[in-house]
Design a binder for this molecule. Structure first.
Ligand code: SF4
Ligand code: SF4
Length: 454
């Protein structure tokens, strides 16, 4: 290990975790209907494997596709397929989804599996192949936000052998506390998933990165690691509290002092990075044969009556979740699907929760008025703050300027594709230029053009 616990660039926004960090994970009642998106991951969208009026059972695979980079989707409830139709998607606008009416006579909510895992768990009873197969069949994707299929990350690849497993317990995005609660309440389940992932990927070293603003999570993981007598070395690495410390490439730099080349991937330098919630899902998929149908979602901010961390079926609408949390306060003004740095604002509350939805943040009118993005935009004053803040060492103002004037070719020459959409450049810009918004638009335009060219 040769990292300094930090990386170049980044910002220090107000943490805002106080609304939900002390709220234990609460199981929500099964909603009357779920809407399971067929595209919840990076890669090819699934095709439906059920038809209208089909009966489905909880855990049944309802969508899949033959493609290396993809992940199947499963029903979180027992019920009947009501429709296969378009539904809101937080990034691409709309996508196909399977609407399922829950069986009213059989709607007991699924409970978390944490109590079924302890320090005596033995990962040796599973082969690497069994672990990878369960991860693939369970439809696991990176639950920290990126949604990259977990099998592709974990599976051994002779062309890129991995030796180090980096576990992301940073949760650097303001307001969000779902991973923090998972670390505290599901410690042994996460540990089981980490050990299974290490076994499957062939990694001999495990480094668990946690920001120092979560001292109790650091303590429980240090205790748990000390109790285990695994062949591989497991170490908890406290990291500086700084956004976006949990970005895959920033985390690798902070912990190991290594750089992943622009456009490259961690396995190219022998590293596999997994989020703590994904590790918990690995344990459930491998040991209990349960696919990824539920996740913990933080519902937070001053505009929600009962902020907290909720165990939610994938496909539940944001509207139903808000209602379960006591509804909006009178001053509610904006709903963000995710945290305030990376999450998009949504207007349609029928938006379903996906496998990668870590939070719903509800802001008041006062929060919104204070926020920079509501202030008047002026011309760039060439202060260079966006360059200093960019954790990917890009030139955000040049990229945004090129996109604004329709020059995607120029934006690409400035490495638009390397932008991780962290929002740091927009956050620091004194001219209130929505740099990240321009860059996201440019990337979408590029993706659409590529599809058209086919
Ligand atoms: S250019 Fe992209 S990676 Fe760099 S600060 Fe802006 S949003 Fe983040
Ligand atoms: S931070 Fe804003 S004003 Fe400063 S150089 Fe970047 S775009 Fe221009």
């Amino acid at each position: 290990m040769a990292g300094t616990g930090s990386f170049l660039g980044g910002v220090h926004p107000p943490e805002g975790k106080q609304y939900s960090e002390h709220q234990a994970i609460e199981v929500v009642p099964t909603p009357k209907q779920v809407m399971v998106l067929l595209s919840q991951h990076l890669g090819k969208p699934c095709e439906p494997k059920v038809a209208k009026k089909d009966k489905v059972t909880a855990g049944q695979m309802i969508g899949s596709v033959e493609a290396f980079v993809s992940a199947p989707v499963h029903s979180p409830v027992n019920g009947t397929v009501k429709d296969i139709t378009l539904a809101p998607h937080p990034v691409i606008g709309r996508t196909m989804a399977i609407a399922i009416d829950t069986d009213p006579a059989d709607n007991t909510p699924k409970r978390p599996a944490a109590e079924r895992f302890g320090r005596d768990f033995r990962p040796e009873q599973y082969t690497a192949q069994q672990i990878c197969e369960a991860i693939a069949q369970g439809g696991l994707v990176g639950m920290g936000g990126a949604g990259f299929p977990t099998r592709v990350k974990v599976e051994p690849n002779p062309a890129m052998p991995k030796d180090t497993l980096v576990i992301n317990g940073c949760e650097c995005e303001p307001f969000i506390t779902c991973d923090y609660r998972v670390m505290l309440e599901w410690t042994w389940q996460v540990m089981a998933g980490i050990r299974l992932a290490a076994r499957a990927s062939g990694c001999s070293k495990v480094l668990i990165g946690i920001e120092v603003n979560k001292p109790d999570a650091i303590r429980v993981f240090e205790q748990a690691a000390a109790e285990l007598k695994d062949a591989f070395k497991m170490q908890v690495v406290p990291l500086r509290t700084k956004y976006p410390q949990g970005g895959e490439r920033q985390l690798i730099t902070s912990i190991l002092g290594k750089q992943v080349a622009t456009g490259g991937i961690p396995p190219a330098i022998g590293i596999c990075v997994l989020n703590v919630a994904t590790c918990a899902a690995i344990a459930e998929a491998v040991v209990l044969n349960q696919p990824l149908t539920h996740r913990v979602v933080t519902v937070t901010g001053r505009a929600i009556a009962r902020p907290g961390n909720y165990y939610v079926p994938v496909g539940m609408s944001v509207a139903d979740l808000i209602e379960h949390c006591g509804g909006l306060t009178e001053t509610a003004a904006k709903v963000i699907f995710g945290g305030p740095m990376m999450g998009p604002a949504i207007a349609d509350l029928s938006q379903p929760i996906t496998k990668t939805s870590g939070a719903v943040t509800l802001l008041t009118a006062e929060d919104v008025t204070r926020a920079k993005f509501e202030k008047r935009q002026t011309a760039c004053i060439r202060c260079g703050r966006c360059l200093a803040a960019c954790p990917e060492h890009l030139n955000p103002t040049r990229i945004a300027h090129a996109i604004k004037y329709g020059r995607l070719d120029v934006a690409e020459n400035y490495y638009m594709a390397a932008c991780i959409e962290c929002g740091c450049c927009s956050y620091v810009c004194p001219a209130n230029i929505e740099l990240t918004g321009y860059i996201k638009t440019g990337k979408l335009q590029k993706a659409r053009a590529a599809k058209k060219l086919g």
